[in-house]
Design a protein around this ligand. Structure first.
Ligand code: SF4
Ligand code: SF4
Length: 116
């Protein structure tokens, strides 16, 4: 079954749709008329990011809200369902930290990060 046929089938029934947590990345979303984030649409961040987001892995409930809201598509789902951030493209906007329901993402000033 082609991807298009698969999604046509899934869209017939709300119950059959995967839950947010089951999507691995935005490319698995069903084809709906929205503009999708392009990974690193702002380019690589190099040294211009002021803050970096840090996920507390121990307390993450794996809800996927941060992944859903990141405008750069730089939050990646790990095999175990947790999430990590691709800092090569993250622009440090802080939307993920703002939207995390458990306040589990801390925005740290880059100048305070140890680069040992
Ligand atoms: S700060 Fe969070 S929402 Fe903003 S680009 Fe980085 S990972 Fe995405
Ligand atoms: S929004 Fe917060 S709790 Fe949910 S997956 Fe992201 S870091 Fe974890």
């Amino acid at each position: 079954m082609s991807d298009t046929e698969k999604w046509k089938d899934i869209n017939k029934s709300r119950e059959k749709r995967p839950k947010v947590q089951e999507y691995k990345n935005w490319e698995e979303l069903s084809p709906i008329p929205i503009s999708l984030p392009i990974k690193g649409s702002m380019g690589t961040t190099g040294d211009w990011r002021t803050f970096r987001p840090v996920i507390d892995q121990e307390n993450c409930n794996k809800c996927g809200i941060c992944w859903m809201y990141c405008p750069e598509g730089t939050i990646i789902k790990n095999e175990d369902g947790s999430f990590r951030i691709d800092l090569v493209y993250c622009k440090g906007c802080g939307i993920c930290a703002e939207e995390c329901p458990t306040k589990n993402i801390e925005m740290i000033r880059e100048s305070d990060v140890s680069h040992d």
